[in-house]
Design a protein around this ligand. Sequence first.
Ligand SMILES: Nc1ncnc2c1ncn2[C@@H]1O[C@H](COP(=O)(O)OP(=O)(O)OP(=O)(O)O)[C@@H](O)[C@H]1O
Ligand SMILES: [Mg+2]
Length: 227
Amino acid sequence: MDICFADCTVRFGDRIALHPLTLTLRERRIGIIGLNGSGKTTFARLINGLVKPTSGSVSVNGLDTVRDEKAVLGQAGFIFQNPQNQLIMPIVGDDIAFGLKNRGLSKAEIEARTQGVLHRFGIPHLARRRVHELSGGETQLVAMASVVVTGPDILILDEPTNQLDLKNRRMVCDTIASLEQQTLVISHDLPLLGDFERVLLFHEGRLVADGMPEETIRRYHQVAHAD
Ligand SMILES: Nc1ncnc2c1ncn2[C@@H]1O[C@H](COP(=O)(O)OP(=O)(O)OP(=O)(O)O)[C@@H](O)[C@H]1O
Ligand SMILES: [Mg+2]
């Protein structure tokens, strides 16, 4: 998978959320770090077209996020910072199946794929539970399952271990490690990114470090304690 930023900027009114950025992402596990408001979510949302460049462009495997908006949305799945907002149906199993509707699949095939992903994520016992009654960690896993079942090539997770206890954090980390897709993870949970192949550091809307986890995290400590 090739994610390409070409001289891309984002402005919200007169605020610059992303200064001109040119870069290509090919690695399988990519972390994104930086202070609150540094532009991490904006950067990630550009990849699946939820945010559009003010100038320049972003492409995913040659598909432009503006021109080929629908195709890009299908290739890059996004799990939000507050994933309860993306669960649509009241029952877990129905929410996962919902993403498979309108694809010409039989009822039996939809059921089989739903059960398959529930098992893969270790949550078959949640199938008939109400989504608004799930714990934080369960919600995170269900949201990931609902996106993974649709078969995207890229997964973007925005702070997936936020607010989780140690047990649920472990569950989510193990699940991320088992994903075969190209995965981008925004996180303030730095140990989670320790074995990633590449970590990007944003500061005030600029990419200020880009490399292996250890060196990028060291730079983050310098940036965070500079003021
Ligand atoms: N839709 C929007 N309208 C106006 N300003 C926005 C919008 N989205 C983001 N911003 C601004 O752009 C900047 C970057 O925001 P962004 O959400 O990308 O930060 P972040 O690094 O994800 O922060 P956090 O760690 O708090 O989630 C911030 O100053 C924010 O206020
Ligand atoms: Mg954010």
